[in-house]
Design a protein. Sequence first.
Length: 404
Amino acid sequence: MPFEIRAIEPDEIGDLLLADQRAFGSPPSLAERERSWTEAELSRTRAAFDGGEAVGVSRNYSFQLTLPGGHAIPAAAVSWVGVQPTYRRRGVLTQLMGALHDDAREHGEPVAMLTASESSIYGRFGYGVAAWRVGVSADAARITFRSDTSAGHIRLVLRDEAEKRLPAIYEALRLSRAGLVTRPDYWWPSVFWDQLGGADKAFFTAIHTNTAGVDDGYVAYDISGSWHNGIPDRRATVWDLVTADDEARAALWRYVFGLDLVDTVVAVHVPIDDPLRHLVTDGRRIRIDYVNDGLWLAPLDPAQLLAARGYTVEGRLVIETAAPDGTVTRVELDGGPAGATCGSTTREPDITCTSATLGACAIGGNRWSELAQAGLVDARDRATLVRADTMFMTTPAPALLTSF
């Protein structure tokens, strides 16, 4: 049965919060908490109503996504997707995702993106894992850095200063790595300061300043744990580590592992090519706790998406993709370091795959040849895969540092 799918009105925010709470099995939202993330861009929400009750919710946010080569494109940031447990298996999610993709196309966004609460859901809607995230941990006492010298200095800052400086630092380097996204003004109060740095945490931010006096990185972390028989058993969890260059990154890693009265350091949202294990004398002591899907991409307009990025070497490919609705798109890509052109073609494809697989490879987060080994890519020959791998690879590796 089709449900009424429409945007949430301002006086229905309570319905949005209740449906989200029920879908995720979370505690009721506190009315006094910062709601900038909730109230932003309500016209881009899409909720499913049954007899006036919101039984499923979803929304897009207007973000930008950084592509290889330092280009950024508008992207629909999909969030708040949830269906009440009493309405499962009734097509609610399918209707919501279709409405979100229609909304993205209306806004001229060639790609939709999300972070997944469950990794088994979104492949069937045309999303592929475009960037991976790594969780690491280490016993602080076991870590020795190869070098303990650093140009520049680090200072701890209070929230008032952090609120002014952190967005500027992040925005200054947002185009330096594929996979990074904008952090709008409404993101910081609710997601960063409320969810990550809530009042119930011992939350700290430290800023690195280089020798030229420029703030070029920061780390945000909390400290948890207690004391047992006079011995501290405490953990520092790094939630956000943002740097403009390798020197600042090394300095902030040294800082975190040098915190007093901390036994274990844990970090989330670490890029898959982070140099931490090479910065220390015993890389085995840096434990990889997980390698998880980070950023998921669904190409809504493959030609526009592929034309917007730079490529490592010159090359030409004909790529055919099949979307979940059965739509087949065949484009010819002619790209290189200076840019690319991409448009429809009737030439025979060099590579054939689903739109989800294209999303997985679009910004260089996976190799075409690796996915071909998994049976997800059909290629003309081995040389075609080598050419595609070489064209699409990017340094540094794509990473998503932002929860949305």
